[in-house]
Ligand binder design. Structure first.
Ligand SMILES: [Zn+2]
Length: 46
């Protein structure tokens, strides 16, 4: 099931994470982070 992204935070290493509606966190790395900032948020099944 796809889970909407409800928020973002950063982990201890400073890497961005998306917080999904189900409560899981998904790391956003490299170019993917740039896509998020550009509005193209990639959603994956949890
Ligand atoms: Zn989940």
């Amino acid at each position: 099931m796809r889970q909407p992204i409800v928020d973002f935070d950063r982990d201890e290493a400073g890497d961005w994470r998306a917080i999904l509606a189900c409560g899981h966190r998904q790391h956003l790395r490299g170019l993917l982070s740039n896509l998020v900032y550009g509005g193209l948020i990639r959603r994956r099944p949890c």
